[in-house]
Design a binder for this molecule. Structure first.
Ligand code: GLN
Ligand code: ZN
Length: 763
């Protein structure tokens, strides 16, 4: 007797047409009330459960929904809202929730400390989803507030669904937080009674299974954390709830036998990221424990190779008699559904599966395992999948012999500049004669409503190409004139023509496709729509030369060309899985290298290649860092390698923990790097100083995320601080990041102060 169950670890909550975003933003603007927001949320949950049930899943997942962020939900569930918010316990939970998420003092009153800044946000493991970081200190206590979760359970049960509740496991929850004056692992003893009580209540409420997510089991864990798992789970087991421990995103490796040994009823593993561990897990996980195989990729948009999946599942099922099938991780990280994506090329569309389609794939796999692959419905589904994959493998849209030839012909030294930095620096100084503490910006200037309207009208056909170009030319002229007036040394054209730094290039490169509604939640109500790199990447024509040359024609000062680097293009897209990421990165590098060459030939002497996503591409396991950094930095150097000695290459990276990848940043060999540092009051620079970063460096001297205008004294203070760790002759003066989200008045005021501070430093 073979048993197959299907489930999902989580489902996108934003809605097919971003209904949650609409509901949230209307609530925040005060245009709707809490009841309306709750109603929208309930409707979304019900629709998503209906989809799960309709796809034949054995359980719907409850607890993965959140108005803003699931970690923030856990902060309230376990009653550990940071004391610094000064919440009155009797105040409204929703108001407190948004105060933690968005900072206080900008709307509805909750009787709290109105200056409290929001909880920090950081990336959820190696995804582009940002969670709100819990804060733990010695005074942190926990108190269970289960009512909202129990209400959602009741909501699903009332609709006749079998319920599996998904929670973040206690160790991962603590691990995700930031500690002050306490080792957060020491809080475990305080936290566990709340978890245990919750599990018991869920069991009493008739919840069949509770999924506890412990993705930290895929990390290089310190022994204290690893050792905490067994005692923790023995305590949780006493609740009597049936537990499914869920791991994902990376192989378990040295934690594999531990994960299999824990006293839980089932274990979920990521069969996409760690297919090589499935057999060992099957060996170690004693029956009758349930093995849940994450067989459908929850992190990418491609259709599953169902034949290959069945070949993996068949022997596991033969050995266990029972299996659960699921996506590898929550479907939060992929778009909602392919419905409405009719503008995609039919062959490409046929090879994709978004969240809704992934649920269908689970159904097909289940039917194939239960009824056999010859059952008519199964055979038809398998045939469709097979045909789509075969078409993709053979497609001329995917494989471009010219790209293959170009990759094969990359000369050995293509990833090196002709001369070392010192020689280049002298040539560049001769050419540009920049003052010390040269001033510049990161690329974009305010994206005004007028700019966005012009772009929208151009895209819809209401504005012709010539009229659009002339609108952009006048924006460029305005930006250049402003920079001249402010006295900046290295100008930019302002990026008025760009909506997004990846989309702008992707739309002009072969190998990229764009969806109509392929939104993925980034944080809160914010979503991104990553392009899909489906085939060989090639540059069809120059992409930025016209705008840049136009800007250079308006000034005697150097105008910096502005490109997005290959790793950021890769990292912020869904990428093909039929070749290694490194190969796609090299194709992107060659395309961008051609752009560097064309800018240079057109007389542009300074070119910036933005790589804000370099750090976030790091694999979760340290053992894999070196391989990644080797190919990633090489891709950057191949792009920059087209620059002659007298052409100055800049790069830019956003807020990140730079210190552990400084050698790789140095290995980029950019002439100048600009980074975000002002939010840490230049603390981030210490690493660059200690490492003796060899080339030019522009630590951001003010935070562009806030409309606050820094005084020139503020900026000068930061520059003096920077000059203590970085040799002054290496220092550049610039804001933290691009200015596109700012308005002109504060931009002008802040840059004027920045230029004044640089002048003061020179004097
Ligand atoms: N050049 C880009 C800009 O100025 C850089 C954006 C980024 O770092 N994310 O907007
Ligand atoms: Zn930036």
């Amino acid at each position: 007797m073979k048993t197959i169950h299907t489930h999902t670890l989580g489902f996108p909550r934003i809605g097919a047409r971003r209904e949650l975003k609409t509901a949230l933003e209307s609530y925040w603007r005060g245009e709707s009330d809490a009841a309306a927001l709750a109603q929208s949320a309930r409707a979304l949950r019900q629709r998503h459960w209906a989809l799960q049930a309709g796809a034949g899943l054995d359980f719907v997942t409850v607890g993965d929904f959140a108005l803003y962020d699931q970690v923030a939900n856990h902060i309230q569930l376990f009653g550990c809202e940071p004391a610094r918010f000064g919440f009155d316990a009797a105040s409204d939970a929703l108001t407190r929730y948004f105060a933690m998420a968005r900072g206080d003092g900008h709307e509805r009153c909750c009787g709290a400390n109105h200056d409290a800044r929001a909880l920090d946000m950081t990336k959820w493991f190696d995804t582009n989803y940002h969670y709100l970081v819990p804060e733990f200190d010695t005074a942190t206590g926990f108190a269970l507030h289960p009512a909202p979760l129990l209400a959602e359970v009741a909501e699903a049960q009332a609709l006749g669904h079998a319920v599996k509740v998904a929670l973040i496991g206690p160790l991962t929850f603590l691990w995700l937080g930031r500690e002050r004056g306490v080792d957060r692992l020491d809080l475990l003893e305080r936290l566990l009674p709340a978890y245990r009580a919750l599990l018991a209540q869920l069991k009493d409420a008739g919840v069949a299974w509770v999924q506890l997510d412990e993705p930290i089991l895929g990390l290089d864990l310190a022994p204290a954390w690893r050792n905490a798992f067994e005692p923790t789970y023995w305590k949780l087991a006493q609740s009597g709830a049936r537990l499914m421990l869920a791991t994902y995103f990376s192989p378990l490796e040295e934690n594999l036998s531990l994960a299999c040994r824990l006293p839980v009823a089932g274990l979920h593993v990521d069969g996409v990221r760690a297919p090589h561990e499935l057999t060992s897990v099957c060996d170690w996980l004693a029956l009758p424990k349930v093995l849940s195989v994450g067989i459908v990729d929850g992190r990418n948009v491609w259709r599953t190779d169902l034949d290959a999946a069945l070949a993996v599942l068949d022997p596991l099922l033969a050995r266990r008699g029972q299996l659960w099938l699921a996506p590898s991780c929550s479907l939060l990280h992929v778009p909602f559904s392919l419905a409405g994506e009719d503008a995609l090329a039919p062959a490409l569309r046929a090879s994709l599966a978004f969240a809704g389609e992934k649920l269908e794939e689970l159904g097909t796999l289940k039917a194939a395992l239960c009824d056999g692959i010859d059952a008519p419905a199964v055979a038809a589904s398998l045939a469709t999948a097979r045909a789509a994959l075969a078409a993709r493998r053979a497609s001329a849209q995917v494989h471009d012999p010219e790209v293959a030839a170009a990759v094969a012909a990359v000369p050995a030294g293509a990833d090196r500049r002709a001369s070392p930095f010192a020689v280049r620096k002298a040539r560049q100084q001769e050419r540009f004669a920049l003052p010390s503490y040269p001033t510049t910006t990161i690329g974009s200037f305010p994206q005004t409503a007028a700019i966005r309207a012009a772009r929208a009208r151009f895209k819809s056909g209401a504005l012709d190409a010539q009229a659009y170009a002339s609108a952009m030319h006048s924006e460029i002229a305005h930006a250049v004139a402003c920079q001249e007036e402010l006295g900046l040394d290295v100008l930019v054209h302002g990026e008025a023509e760009r909506n997004d730094m990846v989309e702008y290039f992707g739309e002009q490169l072969a190998g990229f496709a764009f969806t109509g509604h392929g939104w993925v939640q980034s944080y809160g109500s914010r979503c991104v729509k990553p392009p899909i790199i489906f085939g060989d990447v090639a540059r069809r024509a120059p992409m930025t030369v016209g705008w840049t040359v136009h800007a250079q024609g308006l000034s005697a000062k150097p105008v910096k060309g502005m490109l997005t680097g290959p790793i950021t293009l890769l990292q912020w897209s869904f990428v093909r899985t039929d070749q290694p990421r490194a190969d796609t990165a090299l194709q992107l590098a060659l395309a961008m290298r051609a752009e560097v060459a064309d800018l240079q030939a057109a007389g542009i002497g300074i070119i910036q290649i933005d790589e804000p996503a370099l750090r976030e591409g790091l694999p979760l396991r340290r053992a894999q860092w070196k391989a990644y950094l080797d190919w990633a930095t090489r891709a950057f150097r191949v792009t920059a390698g087209a620059a002659a000695d007298a052409t100055q290459i800049h790069t830019h990276m956003c807020y990140a923990e730079f210190n552990d990848i400084l050698p790789a940043i140095a290995a980029l060999d950019a002439d100048v790097i600009t980074i975000e540092t002002s939010r840490s009051d230049m603390a981030l620079l210490d690493g660059f100083g200690a490492f003796a970063y060899p080339n030019g460096i522009g630590p951001g001297v003010y935070d562009i995320h806030s409309p606050r205008v820094p005084s020139s004294a503020d900026i000068e203070r930061l520059l003096r601080k920077a000059a203590q760790v970085i040799p002054p002759e290496h220092l550049w003066v610039n804001p933290d990041c691009g200015l596109k989200t700012r308005a002109w008045p504060e931009t002008r005021a802040a840059l004027a102060n920045m230029v004044a501070a640089a002048r003061a430093m020179r004097a």
